[in-house]
Design a protein around this ligand. Structure first.
Ligand code: KIV
Ligand code: NA
Length: 265
């Protein structure tokens, strides 16, 4: 009855066991996912969109991420809690990355952090790992670089771009990352990267061959209005919540709620 660790995930790769990861941002849902046995929960900077209502992940800050991370840590017992380093909180220097990551660990209670990029962030990865903070990498479609990409599009198509992504993944492994997210890359490339790495790969829009899969929970549960091709929806929370809200509204208007059963005598 202890938390999942990065060692457990390394062992899972050795044994060829696949595992799921979901995002989490608040107490009640992260508790549900923890009790459902999701071994890794990511407090993603996708909070920018699904929690704070921004159009991209760029505006969110470490100050925003700390209370969300703390809520997820407090509400879970088993899951490894990973928190995203936000845009502008780690790129400048390894020192900046360490200061930001330390806040997610100390104030947020995260057991690991994630950052975006390959070769350009290996000094940051090394600094965090030396400080005892496990680091998850993230390459392919890295949403913090949306303005450089000119939109959200598949990355690593073609021989040269594919070879670059493979070498970036290897650099992250060499720098000490314990895993790497591959976002929106061709399935064959993700399979090749997964084969060439000893650390687990976590796919999102990366086909079936990665060691793990991650989805944003609101996408997976049908709460997000429009989702990408790679998302599968496993529930219709929009339908359920909308119906609940309408029923509540109707019953208030008609006077059906509250009845005797929901009132104090
Ligand atoms: O912020 C996020 O939700 C993520 C995952 C989709 C990998 O980085
Ligand atoms: Na993210």
């Amino acid at each position: 009855n202890r938390r999942v660790t990065v060692r457990d995930l390394a062992l899972a790769k050795e044994r060829g066991e696949r595992w799921p990861m979901l995002t989490a941002y608040d107490a009640l849902t992260s508790r549900i996912f923890d009790e459902a046995g999701i071994p890794v929960l990511l407090v993603g900077d996708s909070a920018a969109m699904v929690v704070f209502g921004y159009e991209s992940t760029l505006p969110v800050t470490i100050d925003d991420m700390v209370p969300l991370t703390a809520a997820v840590s407090r509400s879970t017992k088993r899951a490894l809690v990973v928190a995203d380093l936000t845009f502008g909180s780690y790129q400048a220097t390894p020192e900046q990355a360490l200061a930001s990551a330390a806040r997610l660990v100390k104030e947020g209670g995260a057991q690991a952090v994630k950052l975006e990029g390959g070769r350009r962030v290996t000094p940051q990865v090394e600094a965090l790992v030396s400080a005892g903070i496990p680091v998850m990498g993230h390459i392919g479609l890295t949403p913090q670089s949306v303005n450089a990409f000119g939109g959200y599009r598949v990355q690593g198509r073609g021989h040269e771009a594919g070879a670059t992504l493979l070498s970036e993944a290897k650099e992250l492994e060499r720098a000490g990352a314990f895993s790497v997210v591959l976002e929106c890359v061709p399935a064959r490339l993700a399979a090749e990267i997964t084969e060439h790495l000893t650390i687990p790969t976590i796919g999102i829009g990366a086909g079936p061959s990665t060691d793990a899969q991650v989805l944003v929970w609101q996408d997976m549960a049908g709460l997000t209005p429009r989702v990408a091709k790679f998302v599968k929806t496993y529930a219709d929370l929009t339908g359920s919540l909308s119906e609940a809200a309408r029923s509540f509204a109707d019953e208030v208007v008609t006077g059906a709620f509250p009845d005797e059963q929901h009132s104090y005598s």
